[in-house]
Design a protein around this ligand. Structure first.
Ligand code: ZN
Length: 569
């Protein structure tokens, strides 16, 4: 591959403190280098353009059984967005449940080069990896679901933290997973009995453990193992008016716990918009974003992502089975429920966010309120929880709302004033600058994930670069339609030193790498654990333990990450 120079652009690289300086980015052997011979290098002209590290999405649903159920459930979704093949790219369908190839192309077209699949049922890990392999260009990883797993609850009930730690390390390896995902802890297990949990101290049937115990135990194990990311938590009571209190209680529950090595536990709360509702029911629901933002502002152990709602037709899908049952009842829309034996569940329901639906208006405002009232962009990341709040292809519109109060006002004017008063959005004047956009879309997410080669453009970084056709010296908030256009169609996307997108068109389709975490479980600890797992697998699982772990053949291009703590088991 030829060396590459991205020449003369305005560079936004928050991790290295570069804020709009005009400079060249040099890439050799797929990595950013400090210096190299310009001779023979390919030059990309980035003059008068914005240059950022490749985008890093830390929460999206792009592969595996859930998105596939959505694809099967919604032929009408495919029909409105048919993507023809080109000489280089495959055909597919888009919109809210895009096919794998289209997912890779469209992320790259927006300048994104790394995407996390945020919910992998361990038993479905092969399927997830097969689909990730079919998702071109982008690097990726998947988060296995732990929050309602039989063994997790069993070891917590027995108070055996060492066993829990061994199980977490083993399951990450067995599924080739990257982080501890928790969805409605305990609630999905109770859903198998037709019920749910309503708060942190309710009990899970048969195990007699509470969501609080599940969350804090896994947060502690996360730190003991020194995993690169924090626990990735979908809180209890999602979508229930008044749930901001549960959300803050959960954040507070994780505070001040220390691992054996003295590390503080931390938590990432996902798609926080859905968990920041105030009020008692849907008739008087209002924004709880100010309370959540206030908490996050004074508690550095917490990060969140927005889960921004978009006014469009989409497909909701989550491991939170009981919530999807509720949503089916609220909407009367079609529904799929899926229980994954011993481990997890999921539900899929089509949904349309409408400007004349007061609840939707409030949800839309909450996402933006959170992003604009949390002071540090290192604590709040841009997502739509694709496709739950809306398809990821709407990220450029979210950026325009973040960067331009005028863009927000234009949307607010289409809404009922009395409903808007149940939010604080119209009183917020803050507008993100390019550095803050670079932070919430790549630098902070890469840092939160512990992906050292991502989210920055310093020497040694992966050669992932996005160039957007915008001149930041001429930027005014009234130009927000241009923001949407430029971020939706990168002038160039460079992946590992190769130009993959030019003027919004895909021009190369390399395969990305799948990251996973190898916490280096010692052989003796693993053997011990296996002895115990084998018995329960024999009794309760429909597969034998031997057939459970994902074989390397499922990961043709992968890279294990070794956490710090793993060295001192
Ligand atoms: Zn999600």
């Amino acid at each position: 591959m030829a060396d590459l120079i991205v020449k003369g652009g305005y560079v936004y690289d928050p991790i290295n403190g570069v804020n709009g300086e005009k400079m060249d980015i040099m890439i050799s052997g797929g990595k950013v280098v400090e210096d190299m011979s310009a001779r023979g290098a390919k030059v990309l002209n980035a003059e008068n353009k914005v240059v950022m590290p490749g985008g890093v999405d830390l929460h999206s649903h792009i592969a595996g059984s859930k998105i596939n159920l959505g694809r099967l459930l919604r032929p009408e979704d495919h029909r409105k967005d048919v993507v023809p093949r080109t000489a280089l790219t495959r055909s597919g369908v888009g919109y809210s449940c895009p096919s794998t190839f289209v997912t890779g192309y469209r992320y790259a077209q927006m300048g994104y080069t790394t995407v996390m699949e945020a919910a992998m049922p361990p038993l479905g890990a092969r399927h997830v990896h097969e689909e990730l392999n079919d998702t071109p260009i982008i690097d990726k990883a998947a988060f296995p679901l732990f929050g309602n797993n039989y063994f997790v609850m069993k070891y917590i009930k027995e108070g055996d933290m060492e066993r829990l730690k061994a199980f977490v390390a083993w399951l990450l390896k067995a599924t080739r997973g990257y982080a501890i995902k928790i969805v409605n802890p305990g609630g999905v297990e109770n859903w198998k009995w037709g019920s749910n949990v309503g708060g942190l101290d309710d009990l899970v049937y048969n195990f007699e453990v509470s969501p609080r115990q599940i969350v804090t135990s896994l947060a502690k194990v996360n730190e003991e193992l020194g995993l690169p990311h924090t626990i990735h938590l979908h809180c209890n009571n999602l979508g229930v008016p008044g749930n901001y209190e549960t959300t803050i209680d959960t954040m507070e529950a994780v505070k001040g716990i220390k691992s054996k090595q003295g590390r503080d536990t931390k938590v990432h709360v996902v798609h926080c918009q859905f968990n920041a509702l105030a009020g008692d029911d849907w008739s008087n629901v209002r924004s709880g974003a100010p309370q959540v933002a206030k908490y996050v502002n004074s508690n550095p152990h917490v990060t969140i992502d927005m889960g921004q709602a978009i006014f469009t037709d989409t497909t909701t899908m989550t491991g939170d089975g009981p919530w999807q049952f509720r949503l089916m009842n609220l909407t009367g829309n079609k529904w799929v429920n899926s229980d994954v034996e011993m481990e997890a569940g999921a539900g899929v329901v089509p949904y349309t966010f409408r400007k004349n639906n007061p609840a939707n208006v409030i949800q839309w405002a909450i996402g933006l309120e959170l992003a604009l009232s949390i002071y540090s962009p290192w604590q709040v990341y841009m997502t739509t929880d694709h496709p739950n709040g809306g398809p990821f292809t709407y990220y450029p519109r979210v950026i325009s709302w973040l960067m331009s109060r005028m863009a927000r006002t234009k949307t607010m004017l289409e809404m009922n004033k009395a409903v808007m008063r149940r939010t604080n959005l119209s009183n917020i004047y803050r507008e993100y600058d390019f550095q803050e956009v670079a932070t919430v879309t790549r630098a902070a997410t890469a840092k939160a994930l512990g992906l050292e080669g991502k989210g920055h453009l310093g020497p040694g970084a992966d050669g992932d670069v996005s160039v957007y056709d915008l001149d930041p010296t001429k930027w005014r908030p009234s130009m927000y339609p241009q923001i949407e256009k430029a971020f939706g169609s990168a002038a160039y996307t460079v992946k590992g030193g190769e130009v993959v997108v030019k003027d919004g068109e895909v021009v190369a389709v390399p395969n990305g790498t799948t990251f996973w975490v190898d916490a280096k479980i010692p052989d003796s600890v693993e053997e011990d654990l296996m002895g115990e797992l084998r018995e329960d697998f024999g009794k309760y699982y429909t597969v034998s333990l031997r057939n459970y772990p994902v074989e390397d053949a499922y990961l043709p291009q992968h890279r294990p990450i070794f956490p710090e703590g793993g060295r001192k088991w």
